[in-house]
Design a protein around this ligand. Structure first.
Ligand code: F0G
Length: 446
């Protein structure tokens, strides 16, 4: 433990504080989410963000090689000896003019942050490096998570590299094949619950409390500390300047919450001059955040969130026996656990929320695949959402925008094959059948 960090309840009427030597995951006093917080005056934070770049020269130091721990002063909750890394955060932020054209943006303005390049193929590894470090620090022996797939893949990978026993809970039939294969391959016990992600999330919290397991979902405040570094790397790519907009898919709302906190802290520390705006993109089949923010006018309101609006909304979902449905299975979530923290992030970043259809997601995904490094469906919601925001005129043609592409294209090969083979969208690129004959084959080639 460092004496610079502590855990704090985000509810301003409670504000209880706890040391970092405990695995809590909600405030024991009031039940609200917890943050990792820092006494910044006890930490030697570089006076300029550009000073972090020096660490590129010492990449043989395992912490400098990590795209998470390279920024360790900004998530200083444990000593170096506990820090876990398997090379996460070696990602690319690519300027992509072809995708920019698709969303009617000026060349040079659109950046794609490829988090699929992480060891387990998604952004989750940023969070796991931090959360598993906390788990090692407090001496955890067993861990668990609920997942739409990527969390389970990342947890399984980090658990086996740290020697922790690991159980992952997934909804039956709701997980993309690439992700399912990873959890099994990395040796986790997979428990498939007859239900959806929200059911799994409820069960895993009770299981972890009852059995004393270390919980790795994004209610874990240390996980979100690791995910802050995605923003640091985007800023790094832009010559240590912030973009005008960050666009992120919204599922359990851990990323958006972490990004808001990252920018708040950087501004507070005087390391950035302004905070970018953020757009959070749901799928129309799992649009709780969009509905609550845009239609029910739910606000952070300095931490005094109108809980009755949320309670009524969830009671209605239960009464209708509602289960979310989207081809972007990663964000097929209707009761996001970080909702309140996300409202705070929206407040910090002057954020907006939109929902896009499965068709829009699949078409955007095909464009990202054709002109970029590709991504999984949930990630493509960002580009589909950007297209909406350009049409609305909320984002200008020449603003600088960074879309966070959260997962690798091979996570969900079935969806990609079906889109192309079954000609499901305007950018389908189906295979052509050819007789086993040279002249015939040559005739078919364009
Ligand atoms: N994109 C991908 C590829 C994801 O796997 C997830 C979440 C999200 C976006 C949404 O991020 O929860 O921070 O809003 N996947 C979780 C999982 C829920 O279990 O793998 P969020």
């Amino acid at each position: 433990m460092t004496d610079a960090a502590f855990q704090k309840c985000i509810n301003p009427d409670c504000g209880a504080e706890y040391d970092c030597g405990q695995a809590l995951f909600k405030c024991p006093a009031c039940g609200e989410l917890l943050d990792a917080q820092y006494n910044w005056d006890k930490i030697k934070v570089p006076s300029k963000l550009s000073q972090f770049a020096k660490r590129w020269a010492s990449r043989d130091n395992r912490l400098d090689f990590s795209g998470v721990w390279r920024f360790r002063e900004l998530l200083n909750f444990c000593q170096d000896k506990y820090k876990v890394t398997i090379g996460e955060g070696q990602t690319i932020c690519e300027q992509n003019d072809a995708v920019a054209e698709y969303v009617d943006m000026r060349p040079g303005c659109l950046y794609l942050q490829y988090e699929g390049l992480n060891p387990s193929g998604s952004f989750k590894d940023n969070g796991m490096a931090a959360a598993f470090s906390h788990a090692m620090m407090i001496g955890a022996e067993s861990c668990a998570c609920a997942s739409t797939g990527n969390t389970s893949a990342a947890v399984a990978l980090y658990a086996h590299s740290c020697g922790l026993k690991c159980t992952v809970f997934i909804g039956s039939g709701r997980i993309a094949f690439g992700k399912l294969s990873q959890g099994m391959d990395y040796g986790a016990q997979t428990i498939q619950i007859l239900g959806d992600f929200d059911d799994c999330m409820r069960q895993v919290q009770d299981v972890c409390t009852k059995l004393g397991l270390y919980l790795l979902n994004s209610v874990n405040p240390f996980r979100l500390e690791g995910q802050k570094t995605i923003m640091y790397r985007i800023i790094e790519r832009l010559g240590w300047e912030v973009p005008d907009w960050i666009i992120v898919p919204g599922g359990n709302l851990g990323n958006s919450s972490a990004f808001g906190k990252a920018f708040f802290e950087l501004k507070e520390l005087g390391l950035i001059a302004r905070i970018p705006r953020m757009a959070i993109i749901n799928s129309t089949g799992a649009d709780t955040l969009t509905d609550l923010v845009n239609n029910k006018k739910l606000l952070w309101n300095k931490g005094h969130v109108e809980q009755a609006i949320i309670d009524d909304y969830y009671a209605d979902l239960t009464a209708r026996d509602f289960s979310p449905h989207t081809c972007a299975s990663a964000i097929e979530i209707s009761r996001p656990v970080n909702l309140i923290k996300c409202l705070r992030a929206i407040d910090i970043c002057d954020g907006v929320v939109r929902a896009v259809t499965d068709e829009e997601i699949c078409d955007a995904k095909a464009i990202i695949g054709k002109y970029g490094l590709g991504c999984e469906p949930a990630s493509a919601a960002t580009v589909a959402g950007l297209k909406h925001l350009r049409t609305e005129g909320l984002i200008a043609r020449d603003e600088r925008v960074a879309c966070v592409l959260t997962g690798h294209p091979l996570k969900d090969p079935n969806l990609t094959v079906n889109y192309h083979k079954e000609k499901q969208g305007q950018f389908s690129n189906p295979p052509v059948e050819a007789a086993n004959d040279l002249d015939e084959i040559i005739k078919l080639m364009k």
